[in-house]
Design a protein around this ligand. Structure first.
Ligand code: DSN
Length: 428
């Protein structure tokens, strides 16, 4: 992606003059994002163009309503911006309807409940410790307290979603909505199989492709379009846009979805985000993005092979996507201390529960690893053995209580990262 540093520097200069304390923190974050190997699967680096739209004057404008039907005047530029974003979303994913206003993934999922269910209705989703998302009916979320959340899981022997269990739970509990997709599922989501179960029990199928949107756009993961009644996606993960979300559907659900987002849940849309979503969708429609999506998956597959060869226990044995989930139990190390040690070594992951978790959610057995961000910096399969080796050295150092290893690895990581500048960040 092109570097357009002037925009960024102008913003940084203004910030430094007005609020040096805050500016120093932003600059430190730029440095951190530049120097470290970011392996959190839900994170990425947006282009300078997406950053410019996010930091634009559009943040000054109120626009409650939809293009052509607003509650505020002065929408001469905002209406075409939102139309552009909607049209690009529809074209990229082949959907009849797009709503680009949800503030993020959780509000977008909540809009699905508001559009299709009533409080107390049953909702079937992948259980959080099995790789699902809080808002798919998990009990600590409003979606599990105002609705009756039923969780399905992955099979103990394969680590893959147990479609037999999904079907039998659906037949038994008759959910109003079935969610598919999640946050720590390394394998392909079988949207067609979920659609057939939803049809059998008369449920609405909601496909949460937040993690997968960039892979779907890039043609390396099947699309939920044509299978799901409603599709939810955040825009900042593999899709490489700003922090936001979209809802896609057929024309028959357009009205109820739009009504659920506004006025059902939200007030004014974040126009700067809408503009940045439009930019990201344009980027994702280009030929380079298909190459990017293929590289994300190839990198994850190779990293998985290299980790497995070094003794890491990968949930489901590997990945079809951008993410890997590894259970560290056999290393005698828990996920949280491993993630903290990796962080000190310049490798940023998150601790994560693994299926059939035996530890507590805040101190679980696994770590989650993903390749979207490193691929945006141009790292390829040839770098994966080195990355697997660094992870191995650090995890072993935790088991052997050798914190000196973290410093060595941090230096090596910074050296590699310096050779692969991050998109959107000032160089040098
Ligand atoms: N928090 C996101 C993730 O990291 O996967 C999901 O909402």
């Amino acid at each position: 992606m092109a570097q357009t540093a002037p925009v960024l520097h102008r913003a940084t200069d203004a910030l430094a003059a007005a609020d040096p304390e805050l500016a120093a923190l932003v600059c430190a974050e730029e440095r951190l994002q530049a120097d470290t190997l970011r392996l959190i699967p839900s994170e990425n680096y947006v282009s300078a163009a997406v950053l410019a739209a996010t930091g634009s004057v559009l943040t000054n404008k109120y626009s409650e309503g939809y293009p052509g039907r607003r509650y505020y005047e002065g929408q001469q530029n905002v209406d075409p911006i939102e139309e552009l974003a909607r049209d690009r979303a529809k074209a990229l994913f082949g959907a009849e309807h797009a709503n680009v206003q949800p503030y993020s993934g959780s509000p977008a999922n909540l809009a699905v409940y508001l559009a299709f269910a009533k409080p107390g209705d049953t909702v079937l989703g992948c259980a959080l410790p099995m790789g699902g998302h809080l808002t798919h009916g998990w009990d600590v979320s409003v979606t599990g307290t105002w609705f009756r959340g039923i969780g399905y899981g992955v099979r103990r022997d394969t680590g893959r979603v147990d479609l037999d269990e999904v079907r039998s739970l659906a037949l038994r509990t008759r959910p109003r909505i079935i969610f598919c997709g999640g946050t720590a599922l390394p394998r392909t989501v079988d949207f067609a199989a979920f659609a057939s179960i939803a049809a059998e029990v008369g449920a609405v199928l909601a496909a949460d492709m937040s993690h997968l949107a960039g892979l779907v756009a890039g043609g390396v993961h099947p699309s939920p379009v044509g299978h799901a009644d409603v599709i939810v996606t955040t825009t900042h993960k593999t899709l490489r846009g700003p922090r936001g979300a979209m809802l896609l559907s057929g024309a028959e659900h357009a009205k109820r979805i739009d009504k659920a987002v506004f006025p059902g849940l939200q007030g004014g849309p974040h126009n700067h985000t809408t503009a940045a979503i439009a930019v990201a969708l344009k980027e994702a429609a280009g030929p380079d993005f298909r190459t990017y999506a293929r590289a994300v998956v190839a990198n994850a597959a190779r990293l998985g092979d290299e980790l497995a060869a070094r003794g890491f226990d990968l949930v489901s044995g590997g990945t079809d996507t951008h993410l890997l989930l590894t259970d560290l139990t056999s290393w005698g190390v828990a996920g949280k201390p491993a993630a903290k040690a990796l962080d000190r070594a310049g490798i940023v992951v998150n601790h994560n529960t693994v299926p059939y978790e035996t530890r507590r959610p805040f101190d679980p057995s696994g770590i989650r690893i993903g390749t979207p961000a490193l691929t945006s910096r141009g790292l390829g399969v040839e770098h994966m053995p080195q990355i697997a080796e660094w992870i191995t050295r650090v995890v072993r150092s935790v088991a052997e209580d050798r914190p000196d290893v973290e410093k060595q690895v941090r230096g090596e990581v910074a050296e590699l990262m310096a050779a692969y500048p991050a998109p959107g960040l000032p160089v040098g």
